[in-house]
Design a protein around this ligand. Structure first.
Ligand SMILES: NC(=O)c1ccc[n+]([C@@H]2O[C@H](COP(=O)([O-])OP(=O)(O)OC[C@H]3O[C@@H](n4cnc5c(N)ncnc54)[C@H](O)[C@@H]3O)[C@@H](O)[C@H]2O)c1
Length: 278
């Protein structure tokens, strides 16, 4: 393949079958929109079945091929059923994006078992079971093309899982630990499933979604700040001078889906406006 051909293929995902968990809104939905615009067929899977179907209907209204599915990623059987459903509908699964995640803001010393468990259930166990189910299917498939992997898996970690310091360390330690675990799972999976499947993690920064609205609210409540102050203070520290949009994250997912990323596996890629530069 010549360099010119590589350039031509990059970003064109015609016919690629992509599933994204937690894609009824936020970063997941932005990735669905972007990958669909690049030609992929999309399965939007979310714990909220109605909103998953509504999100898929939005993609279809824009002329794309999309289905909505219900999944609670905490349940191993549901992850397997999700993949079976996609294979029944589309014939195979080329890319799985393990995006579903939850957050809670609470001081380190106040965190109890009932705070810890749901964070680890969704963010860690949920990613693990989603990777398991996707990899089981992908290993049975033919390659995406000559010399290409059989499938691609992308996980959503965070800068919260990448660096130790920072003003949020005292208030989201369980979330940060869960996102560090996602990086570890990504590396174990990349090693286990090479050369058939590439597995990489995306580590976003401060993305303007409902998740950050919740962080702002809970953090502001703890500090007795006015609503919006936590968000504005954090965004002011971003070297590139603005908050991250879900679309910023989607561009990296489109790259990872493309042949240009076929030689990359086990990596955790920061996309955070220079917030950590780590
Ligand atoms: N927003 C940020 O600043 C930011 C930064 C770094 C990483 N992330 C990560 O990116 C991912 C998406 O974040 P977002 O900001 O779009 O969040 P969001 O809260 O806007 O959306 C999360 C989606 O996941 C779904 N979901 C929750 N639990 C689920 C479960 N058990 N099974 C299936 N679906 C479930 C929700 O219904 C929702 O649609 C998360 O993993 C998050 O940790 C977000």
């Amino acid at each position: 393949m010549t360099h010119a051909q590589t350039q031509q293929i990059a970003g064109r995902l015609d016919g690629m079958i992509v599933a994204i968990t937690g894609a009824a809104q936020g970063i997941g939905f932005a990735m669905a929109q972007r990958l669909a615009a690049d030609g992929a067929r999309i399965a939007i899977a979310d714990i909220d079945a109605d909103r998953a179907e509504q999100a898929a209907a939005r993609l279809r209204a824009d002329g794309h091929d999309a289905i909505g599915l219900s999944v609670n990623v905490v349940e191993r059987e549901q992850c397997e059923a999700m993949v079976s459903h996609i294979v029944e509908h589309y014939g195979r699964l080329d890319m799985m994006v393990c995006n579903a995640g939850v957050v809670q803001v609470k001081r380190f010393q106040d965190i109890e078992a009932e705070d810890w468990d749901p964070i680890f259930a969704v963010n860690v166990k949920g990613v693990f079971f989603t990777v398991q189910a996707a990899a089981k299917q992908m290993q049975k498939q033919t390659a995406l093309g000559d010399g290409r992997p059989k499938g691609k898996i992308v996980t959503l970690s965070s800068i919260a899982g990448r660096y130790g310091a920072g003003p949020m360390a005292p208030i989201i330690p369980h979330y940060r630990a869960s996102k560090a675990a996602v990086i570890s799972i990504t590396q174990s999976a990349a090693y286990t499933f090479a050369p058939d499947i590439t597995v990489n993690a995306i580590c976003p920064g401060l993305v303007d979604t409902d998740m950050w609205k919740k962080i702002d609210q809970q953090w502001s409540d703890i500090e007795q700040w006015e609503s919006g102050q936590a968000w504005r203070t954090r965004v002011a520290a971003v070297p590139l001078g603005r908050a991250q949009t879900p679309g910023d994250v989607a561009g990296l997912a489109a790259f990872l889906a493309s042949p240009d990323a076929d030689y990359m596996t086990g990596q955790s890629l920061n996309i955070e406006g220079g917030l950590t530069m780590s």
